[in-house]
Design a protein around this ligand. Structure first.
Ligand code: ZN
Length: 674
């Protein structure tokens, strides 16, 4: 062989090997729609991780979907929710790939599904074909892209290991072009207890690295050192792009280095469905609830057992262990190896957060008067509360806070550089009752309280069942053994709740702490006021963070004339009657229309205020016979396409729509087929 040919062979084999090192053996790209992704692995969805990648289909449906390697169709699931029409192919290497939101399956599979739907008399089916029924080869056409289930048109593609755990497709043989660095747009540093401060404050501190200027090396240096005391934790907001101006993705890995050693690391390679709700611990739920955006926590909640982090790393920094400035470095990487970096310095403040001297306090005789004092609202964090002294209450000496009605210790006080006094105290999770917190001036002990806060709290701990009765005795809330990941102080907030013109049957309640996620459901039981009829129309609703009333389901009616329903979030709740029937509007065909296609897709739009729909409340009949219609919860449509050609002449389509409150609307549509 001439030397040039040898050199070429060497170069080629080297290139292949280098790219194979990125992950497993390369797979066939799953569709001819595009080579672009619009979502990546482990992105934040409602209380769960995105379990695959989404491939762009340009807002359209009907692109071809291919087997990515040799294997067999092992499962087919059809549902109005989730992945809609989904196809599962088990590959010969034991992994399973999942295609979601399909419009249809390839011919033989499509007939197989249709026969099962006919046999079951319903749209939703789940089928497990035998290994020999639908064998596939890499590149075979298996389905068509669509928009079934939740979301606009796109192809959801997922790879699972033999244990059904989703794996990151971009490290499993699916490759995309990506030469764009991730961007770290914001970092947050949070004090983790009542003795900790960041820049003199007990409230988390946010810094925006991009404002300091992004260098061409992808590294940003924060100008000012951040003053820290006690135990702190970092969170970071980072995004990745594969094409300029395209969709932002989850990054692949984030590393936090403190004083040149790795303090925390998150790598999104795989997770298990059983743990997917723990995204509420892995992302910063509080910042999300407050509207600060989706931050990834770079310190571990004790109940975060997700496999993204090396088990020995906790990410909590005890600043009291350091005497000199602490350099930190945060690196965000994507699957293609592009990275971005933020560097800065933490400046440990030698002085510890002051604690009150109880002996000294006992010598002062404080008056219990709150007359003329200003009412203040504490901020509650995971395990401590903080109060900021209002500017107009400048004390002559030190402020003194006294949690009189409880066993809580006194507040720790510190003044920040702008002269604001902050007081903090650990929360007492074993105390339930009224808490009164008057704040005095030890330079003027006889002058009465400077200001005061007061609230009612119920301490609840994980793995302990606890029922709380609301102050009006009409509502109870029961925490089960599985409701909590951490102890909380439940509080009823008197702040205003949205009205919206709906018929509230009793007053609404705002239940805190909304900014601490629940591990599981909490049962609410709400007494129905006397003399109510049509009880099925009454439901318990929670005000959604997307600004609408969401009914809690499943509803149960208990013996003592109460409605019971579970919630997996705290927030604003109300008892509301839904007595308005749904609306049904023909989309195609309109009533009296002439239709020229023999297998028309018959579509009605459905709408409802308050309770909304379940799949089993939606029925369609064609010429008096029930048909297997398809519900699209996003588009709020019910549709049916006849499997065989209709005869010419008059046809009658009937849509019967029932909302969760039992209100029914029936619509008849007559059309002519020419
Ligand atoms: Zn998806």
């Amino acid at each position: 062989m001439p030397w040039l040919a040898i050199a070429i062979v060497l170069v080629i084999s080297y290139t292949i090997e280098a790219s194979e090192n990125q992950g497993a053996k390369r797979l066939v790209w799953p569709t001819d729609a595009s080579h672009l992704i619009t979502s990546s692995f482990a992105e934040y969805r409602d209380s769960h991780f995105h379990s695959g990648i989404d491939i762009k289909t340009w807002g359209k449906t009907g692109y071809k979907v291919f087997a990515v390697a040799d294997g067999w169709v092992s499962r087919i699931k059809v549902s109005p929710y989730g992945f809609g029409r989904a196809l599962y192919i088990t590959l010969n290497d034991g992994r399973t790939v999942v295609y979601g939101h399909l419009q249809d399956f390839a011919d033989r599979i499509s007939d197989y599904v249709w026969n099962a739907q006919k046999a079951h008399g319903q749209y939703s089916v789940e089928l497990f074909p035998g290994k020999d029924e639908f064998p596939v080869k890499a590149g075979d056409l298996v389905a068509y892209t669509g928009e079934s289930g939740i979301g606009p048109p796109h192809l959801h593609f997922e790879i699972r290991n033999a244990g059904e755990e989703p794996l990151n497709p971009l490290t499993q043989g699916i490759r995309i072009e990506d030469s764009i660095r991730p961007v770290i747009s914001e970092i947050a540093i949070a004090p983790l207890d009542d003795r900790s401060r960041v820049n003199g404050s007990p409230v988390p501190y946010f810094a925006t690295p991009t404002a300091a200027g992004q260098s061409k090396y992808g590294a940003t240096v924060l100008d000012n050192p951040i003053r820290v005391q006690g135990r702190i934790g970092f969170s970071v907001k980072a995004d990745d792009w594969a094409v300029a101006n395209g969709n932002a993705f989850n990054v692949y890995r984030i590393t936090l280095q403190i004083a040149d050693s790795t303090c925390f690391e998150t790598t999104y390679d795989q997770f298990s469905y059983a743990q997917t709700r723990k995204i509420l611990l892995e992302r910063d739920w509080r910042f999300d609830v407050q509207g600060d955006g989706k931050f990834v926590r770079l310190y571990r909640h004790p109940k975060n057992t997700l496999p993204f982090h090396p088990s020995n790393l906790k990410g909590i920094i005890n600043c009291n262990d350091y005497e000199s400035p602490i350099p930190f470095r945060i690196v965000a990487e994507d699957c293609a190896g592009n990275s971005a970096e933020v560097r800065g310095e933490l400046l440990p403040v030698a002085k510890s957060v002051d604690s009150e001297n109880e002996d000294y306090l006992n010598e002062i005789e404080f008056l219990d008067s709150q007359e003329g004092a200003i009412s203040i609202t504490p901020a509650f964090f995971d395990n401590y509360l903080s109060v900021a002294l209002p500017a107009k209450t400048t004390p002559r000496g030190r402020p003194v806070g006294w949690l009189r009605a409880s066993t809580m210790p006194m507040l720790s006080w510190q003044r920040n550089e702008r002269g604001i006094w902050y007081g903090t105290a650990p929360l007492d999770f074993d105390y339930s009752g009224q808490v009164r917190l008057p704040i005095y001036d030890d330079g003027a002990p006889d002058a009465g309280a400077l200001c005061y806060a007061t609230w009612q709290q119920w301490g609840v701990r994980p793995n302990r069942q606890r029922t709380i009765t609301f102050p009006d005795s009409q509502v109870t809330m029961t925490f089960s053994n599985n409701s909590l990941w951490q102890p909380i102080c439940v509080r009823f907030d008197s702040a205003k709740y949205p009205v919206g013109g709906f018929p509230y049957l009793t007053r609404a309640w705002k239940i805190e702490p909304r900014d601490i996620p629940l591990a599981g459901n909490v049962e609410i039981s709400w007494k129905i006021p006397p003399n109510q009829t049509a009880l099925k129309q009454i439901g318990i609703y929670r005000w959604s963070r997307r600004d609408y009333w969401k009914i809690l389901t499943p509803v149960a009616y208990s013996d003592d004339d109460a409605i019971d329903a579970p919630t997996d979030e705290l927030g604003i709740f109300a008892l509301i009657r839904d007595d308005q029937p749904p609306e049904v509007t023909p989309v195609f065909p309109k009533d009296g229309a002439v239709v020229t296609t023999s297998r028309p897709r018959l579509v009605v739009h459905i709408g409802d205020v308050l309770s909304g729909f379940d799949e089993d409340g939606l029925r369609m009949k064609l010429d008096g016979d029930p048909v297997i219609s398809e519900y699209d919860p996003d588009a709020q449509t019910v549709a049916y396409r006849p499997h065989e050609s209709l005869t010419s002449g008059e046809h009658q389509l009937t849509a019967e729509v029932r909302d969760r409150a039992g209100n029914v609307t029936t619509k008849q549509i007559v059309f002519h087929l020419r």
